[in-house]
Structures are given as C-alpha cells and as structure tokens.
Design a binder for this molecule. Structure first.
Ligand code: DX5
Ligand code: ZN
Length: 227
C-alpha cells in the first residue's frame, strides 16, 4: 500500500501559508492537513473556512480538513464550499455521525471520522463501511509537538483487521507525534495516511523529512478466509 504524507499546517508559519504549502508539496507531500480548532472541542482556535478558500487559489494539493469542533454538522458546507477535498469530524462531537457522512458526500467531498485516543473503535464500527477514512488520533488533539501514544498501535491494527474483515475500502490516517521512528510502527500496524506537523515543518530539509517519514513500502500479509 502506498503511503500518503499529509503535512499539518498547524506547524507552518501562519504569516506565509501559501509559501509553506508550496514548500511541502514541492517536496513530495500529497495532502495538506488543515487543523481547524474552535476553542471549545479543544482549547485553541486556529483557522476557518475563509483561510481555506484563499489557500485553495494557491494550491492543487488535496486539502484534508480536520475539524476539531463542536457541532461539526454546522461547518461542513462552509469548508466544502471553500475547497476542502476531505472533511474529517470527530465522532465525540457528533450526535448523528452517519448523517454527517452523508452530508459530506452530498457536497462532493470524501468523509473522514476521527477518534480521540480515549475513544473506542466500537464508536466507528457501523461507520467504517460508509466512510472514506478513519483518523486514529495518536495524541490528544489540540496541539502540535506532543509525544506519540504507543498504546494506539493496537487500535490501528484492530481497525486494519476490521476493514479487511468487512471486505471494504477505507483509509487509515494517523495524526500526532509522527516522525521517522513512529512512522514505521504505524505503517506496520496498517496506517496508510500519515499526518506530521513539527517533524516536517520543523525540519531543516523538508524533502528529506518527508522521505524519512514515508519510509520503505510495507507489504501486509492479507488473510484469506476460505471456508
Ligand atoms: C493535533 C493536530 C495535529 C498536529 C500534529 O491536535 O490535529 O494535526 O498538528 O502535529 P505533530 O505532528 O507535531 O504532532
Ligand atoms: Zn490534525
């Protein structure tokens, strides 16, 4: 499975966002991960749809919007209109998560569902089939530069098997504390879309950092059920 790299602009220089986006896409990143925080679901406030709309004019990259907000259903249309390609909301913030997936799809975007480290996989079991991506948070959302939580590896692996058993297709994204070392662990566990903030924007050589995080291709052994 090919690994997709999604630099998180939370660690970029907000005074020069367009140049920062160009820097990481020129360096080989496929997605741009946009962290939207509302000061309520998480303590800080970052950026909203107007910023995404302006950035859209400067970049062809896949815009991967991570909504860390309460009442995500009220925000979907603004971000879709602003040019988001993928919209991910937190299952903890959603009363009707399946309806939000439908809403995202109706607006022509891919739908992702995110889980905090303390949230059980069972919360998304019935959503996997209709989602394009599940985001397993490997830190508690809110800040860049936190330490990767090792105990999330089992959860990633369980999700990988869940998707395989359902014989469906769904990307597994990880976000938080991803660097060249933790990348190997999450890719072995089954993740295929890797978000990284500080490890990419904090690097002297961004292209090298992306290459190191992407690593060597991992071949998973698929289990065939022949009974
Ligand atoms: C955390 C955000 C992440 C964050 C990742 O709340 O969702 O996307 O920017 O930053 P690093 O890679 O530095 O942990
Ligand atoms: Zn994020």
């Amino acid at each position: 499975m090919k690994t997709i790299i999604a630099p998180s602009i939370l660690s970029a220089d907000f005074a020069h966002l367009a140049e920062e986006l160009k820097k990481v896409t020129d360096a080989g990143a496929e997605y741009i991960h946009i962290d939207v925080m509302d000061g309520s679901f998480v303590p800080e406030i970052t950026i909203g749809a107007p910023v995404v709309k302006s950035l859209r004019k400067t970049s062809q990259a896949v815009f991967d919007v991570h909504l860390m907000v309460e009442h995500p259903e009220t925000q979907i249309k603004s971000f879709a209109d602003a040019g988001a390609d993928i919209i991910t909301f937190h299952v903890e913030a959603a009363k009707h998560p399946h309806r939000i997936i439908q809403q995202i799809h109706e607006l022509g975007c891919k739908a992702g569902v995110a889980l905090n480290p303390g949230t059980s996989l069972s919360m998304v079991e019935e959503l996997v089939e209709d989602s394009d991506m599940i985001l397993i948070m490997t830190v508690n959302p809110g800040y860049a530069g936190q330490k990767f939580i090792d105990s999330m590896l089992g959860k990633i692996h369980m999700l990988y098997h869940m998707i395989e058993e359902m014989e469906t297709e769904c990307d597994i994204q990880v976000d938080g504390g991803i660097n060249a070392e933790t990348s190997v662990l999450v890719r072995e566990a089954g993740a295929n879309i890797l978000v990284a903030g500080s490890a990419i924007f904090g690097a002297a050589d961004v292209a090298q950092a992306i290459k190191d995080i992407r690593g060597k291709e991992i071949h998973h052994h698929h289990h065939h059920h022949e009974d």
